[in-house]
Design a protein around this ligand. Structure first.
Ligand code: NAD
Ligand code: DAU
Length: 337
């Protein structure tokens, strides 16, 4: 059996990856290590929590006593755990430094003692490139992160790289674009707008709404990571993008029309400070290894909207009964609206 450690496996992408990995690799034994922050939920793993080849460990990656032994016995580490929401990093950045930078450092130190380690996948992000005025970011481009989340991820990205360059650790770094799909916490734009719209609550569109993001279905992301585990070259960075560049205002219109809701639900609000205008990835390096995104954006978005429509059990408790979510929503949106 291949021992696989997935950090942050109770979050959005992590839980989709755990499910994908258990299905795609009958010879993998997967351990999920997750702190269960506001964004990590056991509900995300409900269907696989008792799977015979899956173990769940509740713990902090930055706690070496917990994460160290798990890393040391792993053959593959896929490191998703992070604080991930840009708006929260603007409100308070401390947890981002603690988890994204220090937590990654703790894992990398343990990885140096992992005798059987074959791959340490550092899940980075396209945000490390900063706002892209024209063309598409290549892996060799300068990093210009512009918000505390992006800067903490850039720190972790380069720290992981340094452990390859210095200690020959088998590190691979991925930089993906905006993911969408089931189980995404309803603070991110797609699940927030879909769930607000279902309840006829206005959707807060930042600034002029003409910022663009390149959307990647989470299943395509999982397949890319899987491919890179086998085919990547140690010490290399790989962009993963869906090739679906969409302006926020157009994304919002599509969500509303798909739900049969009026355009009057759009509520233009003051912009996010330091809001990156555009991300766009050149994915030719990954494509030469044989990866192509499989999910067309139109259909993927429709299915994703349907998933939130049919799984109110999953998001209503967060939006309606979680006082922490309510106070975040107030802090983030009340002065804007
Ligand atoms: P998420 O916020 O949904 O999940 C993060 C998970 O990490 C949660 O389960 C949380 O409990 C866990 N976690 C946080 N701090 C932890 C700690 N100290 N110890 C253990 N677990 C901890 O995030 P996501 O959207 O699934 O993102 C996963 C990874 O992918 C992150 O590294 C993120 O930077 C990266 N990424 C995300 C996107 C995207 O569009 N969502 C795009 C590119 C890269
Ligand atoms: O690009 C990859 C990144 O994508 C990941 O690294 C991050 O973890 C992930 O959160 C995401 O960051 P974004 O800031 O792009 O995602 P978010 O869903 O917060 O916002 C997407 C766009 O929608 C962005 O231009 C801001 C806008 N937006 C967002 C929210 C939450 C709004 O207009 N209104 C909102 O209320």
């Amino acid at each position: 059996m291949v021992e696989v450690l997935v950090t942050g496996g109770a979050g959005f992408i992590g839980s989709n990856f755990v499910r994908y990995a258990l299905g795609a690799h009958p010879d993998w034994r997967v351990t999920t290590l997750d702190k269960l922050t506001y964004a990590g939920r056991r509900e995300n793993l409900l269907d696989v929590i008792t799977h015979p080849r899956h173990a769940f460990v509740h713990g902090d990656i930055a706690d070496a006593a917990v994460s160290g032994p798990l890393v040391e016995r792993a053959e593959l580490v896929v490191h998703f755990a992070a604080e991930t929401h840009v708006d929260r990093s603007i409100l308070a950045a401390g947890d981002f430094i603690r988890t994204d930078v220090e937590g990654t450092f703790v894992l990398l130190e343990a990885a140096r003692r992992a005798a059987r380690l074959r791959r340490f996948v550092q899940i980075s992000t396209d945000e490390v490139y900063g706002s892209v005025t024209s063309g598409a970011s290549r892996e060799t481009d300068e990093l210009k992160p512009r918000n505390p989340y992006a800067a903490s991820k850039a720190g972790a990205d380069r720290l992981a790289y340094s452990y390859w360059a210095t200690y020959s650790l088998p590190v691979v770094i991925t930089r993906a674009s905006n993911n969408y799909g089931p189980y995404q916490f309803p603070e991110k734009v797609i699940p927030l707008f879909v769930t607000n719209a279902i309840d006829d609550i206005p959707v807060p569109l930042y600034g002029d709404g003409r910022h663009t993001r390149d959307w990647l279905h989470v299943n395509d992301h999982c397949q890319a990571i899987d491919l890179l585990i086998e085919k990547a070259t140690d010490g290399e960075v790989y962009n993963i993008g869906g090739g679906n560049e969409v302006m926020n205002v157009d994304l919002t219109k599509r969500i509303l029309s798909s739900l049969g809701k009026p355009a009057s639900l759009v509520n233009p609000v003051p912009d996010r400070p330091g809001h990156d205008r555009r991300y766009c990835l050149d994915t030719s390096k990954l494509r030469t290894l044989g990866w192509m995104p499989q999910v067309p954006f139109e259909g993927g978005l429709r299915e994703t909207i349907d998933w939130y429509r049919h799984n109110e059990w999953w998001w209503r408790p967060v939006k309606e009964a979680d006082p922490a979510f309510r106070s975040y929503y107030q802090a983030q949106y009340e002065r804007r609206t």
